[in-house]
Design a protein around this ligand. Sequence first.
Ligand code: GLU
Length: 461
Amino acid sequence: MSQVRVRFAPSPTGFFHIGSARTALFNWLYARHTGGAFVLRIEDTDKERNSEAFLNVIYDSLRWLGMDWDEGPKVGGAYGPYKQSERNAVYKEYIDRLLASGRAYEKDGATWLKVDGERYEVFDAHRKKTVTKVKAAPVVINDLIRGRVERVEDEDFVIVRSDGSPVFHLVNVIDDIAMQITHVIRGEDHLSNTSKHVLLYQAFGVQPPEFAHIPLILKQNGPGKMSKRDQGALIEEYQRRGYLPEALVNFLCLLGWNPGDDREKMPIADIIRLFDLPGVNQSNARFDEKKLAHMNMAYLLALPADAFLTLARGYFERQTGNAVAQAALAAEPAYFRDVMLLSQPKIKGVEELPAYTGYFFTEDFPVDAKVRDKVMGKGDPKARLRELMAALPTFDLSSDTAIEQAIKDLATKNALGFGDYQAVARLALSGTNVGPSITGMIRILGRDRVLARMTRFLAAT
Ligand code: GLU
């Protein structure tokens, strides 16, 4: 077979949502799997929405997700231009061909595609007028994902409006022909357009490409397709929130596809090797933000320390209005590093870091009243804290295991458990009961700061 050529053909809307990203990704994966070409084509015939800013949303999102395009705006290629707004001459040539061959005709100022078959007149009650219907054989689509789909087109349809603008179906098909696209991989919402597209291919005397309509993405809760207004729908949101693009890509791959086993976190090279269109599910995929957060966590955990620090620092730098985040950036680099690496295995996203680590960077951290009441309402936590403070000068603070052992020894001496010291120490040092290990906290905060916080806590509680 000749080289596979697929395309991603977004309309610039100012948004790039999960559904677009997944469509782009399945095209990109198929191109990389087959050694084919991934073409980016901008369907910007809607002039009002056509602005450079809207285009940049598309380019930036694709780049951020690591989907490089082989042909298209910015990179060029042999089949350009790749923006529909610049292809009017091509469209005119194709339309003239249809008119010359009699496959299209002009009526009421518009241009119509003639559907083959026996014609008859019928009164259409809905439109309240007599219309010409066509008795035509069904159009058959052997979709690579949906299987055999049949649809009857029983009326001629407009391909160029009376204002001279060609309709979506026409330019979409002309470009797929002109750009020699071999596989049209797109959302299932376009399946109902495909019979019109096939008729256009036939009218041009061209063999249609293969079609692969991928299932919809359902919104997290309730019925219906995910829309750009739904929570978690926009790619730029994840970028802003410091998500790892590799995690998002891995998650998107699993929306409608799986490797045939229950693996989830997979290197992209493995996905490229295993991805194929017959492996795409027919059933709709449900968006699950929790699953995405877990995927991000898994990728964060696997990140080398320096890469994690760069990501964390970048996120803190963007929190310009957050005093604690700015204090974190002003801290000693080694201290910042220790705090971040202690937290790395604990968080689902770097967006959690400012709140999760705030007390490391300020003495003015909030105390959770509920946690305080719970911790202080059991046993004699103040006595525990005093014992810990008395023993602390003798602690070896060089490692978490040494600190753990020291607390355990103290607990054993007093016939108590590690937890009796842990909860109140954590409350005094951080104001809460969630966070990284207490031993790591003590090690990083250091003896003086730990003693000072405990002293202050005892005085205030
Ligand atoms: N511009 C269309 C869209 O954004 C492209 C449809 C197609 O891929 O054929 O939905």
